[in-house]
Design a protein around this ligand. Structure first.
Ligand code: G6P
Length: 608
């Protein structure tokens, strides 16, 4: 949830840290701080606010140094205050650290330290960690960090400076991501790849329990027991411009516009009219596919809604028994996993704590796990048996858009592969569907061009404070996703219901101040949804319809119609989600909201 960076090398560290933190700000943005080692002492500066506030703070200060760490925070322990902001230091000023994660036994440790006379200035678990390190330290950093790892429970990515060591920094990783960057004469670390992209594409993902010492041009890594280990160097195929706004006012606008390209690259090389090839990271054979009876799809947030879409297409294209659940529920349920079950975990970041826990549960029950993620080196990618990468490029806006599109693409590939290779679909039909899927990136691009129509709708409806979103069948998960986008970035109360369920409660909310946004493409459930629209209209709710080109009937029912091109029912989610993303974006902009960094949210939720 928080972002950490570290740098050592010839550059002035302040600029490297500020730039790195800007690229990590999607992880948390309630406070920010940095520590700079000037060769003899460590100076700490921190602010409540954003990285830009930290930049203003350090502007007038002469922070000379080429070694330092930085942090952008999403508060967990303790409120948003200067004391609770990172970096944290021990009482002697010998160690300074930044932390991402949650140390679960911090209260016990804090009690023990207090009984030995240690006092605390913050409410954070991170201050407890640095003060524990200070107590453990015996002159040997590796031995002390190994012991620190033994004492801490929970998750942490730590970057640590020592006053007595102006030549480098230390990292410890458990449960929270940490990536090292390698270049000649420099050393970097960060919670994610984007801060490293301006300097290097060669990275090392630290593994569970790893301890690293980073010095200019060199890295040494040990496992949790202090044994030296080698970790592979990965070459990143993202370039720095992929993590820039590219002339768009917000990352979200850019990412919405990239969706045709994202879908194309997710499908590229994996789909033809003669079959589906999920690539070398998926290791199934025909016997395994034919033996399957059940498929469980597990995720959080937007990724969960992608799974709800997939549920419908898997039911249509395969004979499998499909179950979908939210990871935070699934992990505590008495699920039945057998040799005939495939469990699929969908997470754009690959770091969502509940999704990882759900995956570990299935593994412990002997189940086969497929991960669908956008981040190759992520924890999910490394832990699953089989992996399907989205290839969406980095997504910086906190509200997921292009990764949802990539997830739909990946899940449809999965459904088509299962249907085709198990013989659930006849080959002619499978080939026809493959063709339909291959055409979709072009269709997506056509819809994106209609942004102006959606903006006009947003101008008309941005003043309302409550919305009800409705949809049936394939459009129901899209209504859920549309409502989520609206509340996430514009803070407008939006609820989504299966249209047929409206009369069982939410209809009581309807009145002229509560518009109904209905997703109603011309599909097999069109007439049913239209009846629900009439019910809402009878309660004088303004109706905004996302409806197909050529549907004249809807003009008589709705106050405003946002048009989408006609397409085959099972592919409609790819098309209908776009105006809902654009609507949320424009409403947020018109209401003056912080689009890329909505309040209280974080992109990567690494806590339970
Ligand atoms: C957070 C983000 C959402 C995202 C969800 C799941 O809540 O704000 O945009 O959908 O986490 O994230 P994941 O990385 O697992 O897809």
């Amino acid at each position: 949830m928080c972002g950490v960076v570290g740098y050592v090398g010839p550059r002035k560290v302040v600029g490297v840290i500020l730039e790195g933190l800007r690229r990590l700000e999607y992880r948390g943005y309630d406070s920010a701080g940095m520590a700079v080692h000037d060769g003899s002492s460590i100076r700490v500066e921190k602010v409540v606010g954003k990285v830009s506030d930290l930049a203003s703070r350090v502007e007038g200060i002469n922070l000379d140094g080429t070694l330092g760490v930085g942090h952008t925070r999403w508060a967990t322990h303790g409120g948003v205050t200067g004391e609770n902001a990172h970096p944290h230091r021990d009482q002697d000023g010998r160690f300074v650290l930044v932390h991402n994660g949650i140390v679960e036994n911090y209260l016990d440790i804090r009690d023990q330290l207090e009984s030995r006379g240690v006092s605390f200035y913050s409410q954070t678990d991170s201050e407890v960690v640095v003060k524990l390190l200070s107590q453990i330290y015996d002159g040997d950093m590796l031995r002390s960090l190994t012991e620190l790892g033994r004492r801490l429970e929970g998750s942490y990515a730590l970057v640590i400076l020592s006053k007595d060591d102006p030549g480098g920094f230390y990292c410890v990783r458990k449960g929270s991501p940490l990536v090292l960057g390698l270049t000649e004469g420099e050393g970097f670390c960060a919670s994610d790849v984007p801060p490293l992209l301006p300097y290097t594409k060669d990275v090392i993902y630290l593994e569970e329990g790893d301890i690293a010492e980073v010095r200019p041009g060199s890295v040494r890594i040990w496992d949790k027991d202090g044994r030296p280990v080698e970790r592979p160097v990965h070459r990143i195929d993202w370039d720095v411009s992929m993590a820039e706004k590219d002339g768009y006012p917000h990352y979200m606008a850019k990412e919405i516009h990239e969706q045709g390209t994202v879908l194309r690259s997710t499908l590229k090389g994996r789909l033809s009219e003669s079959g589906v090839d999920l690539g070398d990271d998926v290791h199934w054979d025909g016997d395994f596919l034919r033996s399957l009876r059940r498929i469980n799809l597990v995720a959080c947030g937007t990724s969960y809604y992608a799974c709800l879409v997939a549920e419908r297409v898997l039911e249509r294209w395969t004979s499998l028994d499909v179950k979908v659940d939210i990871a935070s529920e699934y992990r505590y349920r008495d699920v039945k996993i057998g040799a005939d079950t495939l469990a699929v975990f969908v997470s754009q970041s690959g770091e969502t704590a509940d999704t990882l826990a759900a995956q570990r549960k299935v593994r412990s029950l002997g189940g086969r796990c497929l991960g669908i993620t956008n981040v190759r080196g992520s924890t999910l990618a490394r832990e699953v048996h089989d992996l399907l990468l989205l290839k969406a490029g980095p997504e910086i806006g906190v509200a997921a858009t292009k990764t949802f599109m990539g997830q739909l693409g990946a899940l449809y590939l999965l459904a088509l592969k299962l249907g085709w290779e198990r013989g659930d679909l006849n080959p002619v039909e499978a080939s026809r569907l493959a063709y339909g899927l291959l055409k979709l990136p072009y269709e997506v691009e056509r819809v994106l061009e209609r942004d102006g129509d959606v903006k006009a709708a947003a101008e008309r409806f941005c003043g309302y404070d409550d919305f009800l979103f409705l949809g049936r069948g394939f459009s129901y998960p899209i209504a859920l996703e549309g409502a989520l986008k609206l509340k996430e970035i514009s803070y407008v109360h939006a609820e989504a219901y299966a249209a047929g369920e409206m009369k069982h409660g939410p209809i009581a909310l309807l009145e002229p101040n509560v518009p109904v946004m209905v997703v109603i493409p011309k599909d097999g459930l069109y007439e049913k949804t239209l009846s629900n629209v009439q019910e809402a209209r009878a309660r004088k709710s303004p109706i905004v319809a996302v409806a197909s080109d050529g549907d004249d009937l809807i003009d008589q029912m709705a106050d405003w119609v946002i048009r989408i091109p006609r397409c085959e029912e099972c592919f409609s989610p790819f098309i209908s989600v776009i105006p809902l993303q654009q609507f949320a974006y424009h409403v947020a902009q018109l209401r003056g909201c912080e689009i890329d960094q909505p309040r209280n949210l974080a992109k990567s939720v690494t806590v339970e």
